[in-house]
Design a protein around this ligand. Structure first.
Ligand SMILES: NC(=O)c1ccc[n+]([C@@H]2O[C@H](COP(=O)([O-])OP(=O)(O)OC[C@H]3O[C@@H](n4cnc5c(N)ncnc54)[C@H](O)[C@@H]3O)[C@@H](O)[C@H]2O)c1
Length: 335
């Protein structure tokens, strides 16, 4: 199949390379011309195990290419939107300006039976808005809009993409479902289940999943505080809990609070969506507030451990994300 990926960031690049590896013909488009130029020189802008080899081999076999302009998009059977959805400044809502701009960019160029698929994490109802933009620009076409949220983890992205726990496809349209089934065929032949739901349900599955994992982390963090006071070992508590199959051991590691590129912005966007619909999610609101307090409490612990002041002290930070360390300026500072 002919696939276009709009956005060659973490998700776009990994998904594009993996779809090419399944045998599809993939073009990754990014408006960041410097990123496209470096990809075309064979440089990978992020550190992700196995990605450089996967990109190199699929480029060599002419199944994967990179471009700054979506000129050949008219021939694509499937067009994925994989642009960023950061937190909007001020109110914590998801900033959808990159998503809507990319849809306006591609609308005049799409084939009349293209399937447009959001891989970006977008609030429930975004697919309807994308459909409106496409209808306004392209009346009398059969372009379908599908939600196909991505669950990969940075650092294990290829493994997660190629062996997902599930593939979620949000669409009521038979033709669109068939296109997604064909795209992912190598995976469900290997027993990864595909679940077909309506578009709004798919959009919400992604946020509900991330909010649940953030809740699990926050839960064990609060238990860790209690362990410290009562002389119990939180690692053993987590192990004892996690061996119960109903609970599971993953995301039960106490630490300095959750961060990264997704959980903070996604919990915040979910809280806002729920408020807008008059259904406040008090549990998720508390998780977010507890996590904020925890980061501050961690900083106070560091200050305390250094005798009450960090002025003039050298502090080593372990566990910086690979995304941060691939930014050259930051790499220099942390050398
Ligand atoms: N990073 C993850 O682990 C992860 C996992 C699952 C889901 N997601 C979601 O996937 C989406 C993308 O995340 P990411 O981490 O890949 O972001 P990213 O910032 O790494 O990449 C986004 C890319 O989109 C490009 N872009 C923006 N507007 C564009 C346009 N109009 N045309 C072409 N390119 C454009 C940017 O230049 C950038 O390269 C987000 O919604 C995120 O929440 C991310």
């Amino acid at each position: 199949m002919r696939v276009t990926m709009i956005g060659a960031g973490y998700v776009g690049l990994v998904s594009g390379a993996c779809f090419a590896d399944f045998g599809h013909q993939v073009t990754c488009i990014d408006k960041d011309t410097a990123k496209i130029a470096s990809l075309n020189r064979g440089e990978i802008p992020i550190f992700e195990p196995g990605l450089a080899e996967l990109v190199e081999s699929n480029v060599r076999q002419a199944r994967l290419e990179f471009a700054a302009e979506a000129s050949q998009i008219g021939e694509a059977d499937a067009v994925f939107i994989a642009v960023g959805t950061p937190s909007r400044r001020g109110d914590g809502h998801a900033d959808l300006s990159f998503v809507y701009q990319s849809v306006r960019d591609i609308a005049p160029l799409l084939g009349s039976a293209a399937v447009v698929i959001t891989k970006s994490t977008v609030p429930v109802g975004t697919g309807d808005e994308i459909e409106n933009i496409l209808r306004d620009n392209r009346p009398n076409t059969d372009i379908q809009v599908v939600s196909n949220p991505e669950f990969l983890r940075e650092g294990a992205a290829i493994q997660d993409f190629k062996h997902p726990d599930r593939i979620v496809v949000g669409s009521d349209d038979d033709r669109a479902r068939k296109v997604l089934a064909d795209l992912y065929r190598p995976l469900y032949l290997n027993t990864s289940p595909i679940i077909y739901v309506d578009r709004r349900t798919a959009e919400l599955i992604k946020y509900a999943s991330n909010a649940f994992l953030a809740t699990k982390i926050t839960f064990i963090n609060e238990i860790a505080d209690l362990c410290e006071q009562v002389g119990a070992d939180v690692q053993e508590v987590a192990r004892g809990m996690g061996l119960d199959n109903r609970i599971g051991g993953k995301f039960l590691h106490a630490g300095p609070g959750f961060g990264g590129s997704c959980f903070p912005k996604d919990t915040s966007a979910l809280i806002k969506t729920a408020h807008d619909h008059g259904v406040p999610l008090r549990l998720v609101e508390t998780v977010s507030a507890v996590n904020e307090q925890r980061k501050r409490a961690m900083a106070r612990k560091v200050v305390q451990a250094l005798g009450g002041s960090v002025r003039g002290k050298t502090v080593a930070v372990l566990g910086l994300s690979n995304r941060i360390l691939t930014t050259p300026a930051i790499r220099r500072q942390f050398r």
